[in-house]
Design a protein around this ligand. Structure first.
Ligand SMILES: Nc1ncnc2c1ncn2[C@@H]1O[C@H](COP(=O)(O)OP(=O)(O)O)[C@@H](O)[C@H]1O
Ligand SMILES: [Mg+2]
Length: 263
């Protein structure tokens, strides 16, 4: 589908936006001047078409999911608008000036900042614990959907991509997936020690006994390793290295990590 037509259908001027990502059914664009992101859904699956017909577009689901997550105090981009037109739906949100968590992990690892890396993983585990404690899951918690943003000497983990964020009864595999997706890369890159850090953080909120936690970890690792589609770790893009050099390196000495508002 032509990108300009998509923007025009939604009432936006295509010349004001830079395309960041275009996939089969979505595109993400950044405003040239304002700190705004536009995520557009198109070419819906028949199931999405039916849902839209029944009154719920994918953008509506994003907004509902984001609202649940934001209520826990976890960071998400502020929603600035949403709507639909002719088979399309969109969410306009705050632009998060940062890089994907996977880039930070990789950069810290390559530069041998193991201690701060462990702390970041532990905090990520805590973040998942906060979600699950609240009865919520994030639908796709790969490291690309966690952005790291710097505020003075604090690095904040911000969750994006809320299309499938939702309330869930206790469906174990969804919880396991949230815990494991980040580490579903080759084990020499994401070691078991790093997985341990995530679970240690997780348990700050879940309060499992050692036995329970170990058993959960085993299940999670089995689950993760039975998936065939292990994400291959991507090569860190040049600009992400630069971002880490410029923004992260200067504050590493007394860096704080923040995953929740006001905490
Ligand atoms: N609010 C935002 N601020 C900054 N970058 C964003 C924002 N939303 C999305 N992005 C960038 O666009 C990418 C794709 O967005 P995402 O919502 O995850 O879409 P997809 O469903 O295609 O994964 C993200 O990984 C991130 O790099
Ligand atoms: Mg994503």
């Amino acid at each position: 589908m032509n990108k300009d037509i998509i923007f025009e259908d939604l009432g936006y001027d295509p010349t004001e936006w830079d395309l960041l990502i275009e996939r089969q059914r979505t595109l993400v664009a950044k405003h040239k001047k304002n700190p705004e992101i536009l995520k557009v859904y198109f070419q819906d699956h028949w199931r999405d078409k039916l849902r839209r017909f029944l009154g719920e577009a994918r953008a509506d689901r994003y907004v509902a999911g984001e609202e649940l997550i934001a209520r826990t105090g976890l960071f998400t981009p502020e929603i600035l608008g949403f709507g639909r037109a002719r088979g399309l739906s969109y969410v306009k949100m705050q632009y998060i000036d940062g890089v994907e968590l996977i880039s930070v992990i990789q950069w810290l690892s390559e530069n041998e900042y193991g201690q701060i890396l462990n702390e970041i993983l532990k905090q990520f585990g805590e973040l998942v614990g906060i979600l699950h404690k609240a009865g919520l899951v994030h639908g796709d918690l790969r490291a690309g959907n966690v952005l790291c943003k710097i505020q003075k000497n604090t690095i904040q983990q911000v969750l994006i991509d809320h299309d499938r964020s939702r309330k869930v009864g206790f469906k174990k595999h969804e919880q396991l997936r949230n815990l494991m997706q980040l580490s579903m890369v080759e084990r020499n890159v994401f070691t078991y020690e790093r997985i341990d850090q995530i679970f240690d953080g997780y348990n700050v909120h879940m309060n499992y006994s050692n036995e329970q936690l170990n058993s959960l970890k085993k299940q999670a690792i089995n689950w993760g390793e039975s998936r065939k589609n292990l994400d291959r770790i991507r090569t860190l893009p040049e600009k992400h290295c630069l971002w880490c050099e410029e923004n992260l390196k200067p504050i590493l000495r007394d860096i704080q990590i923040q995953i929740q508002k006001g905490v």
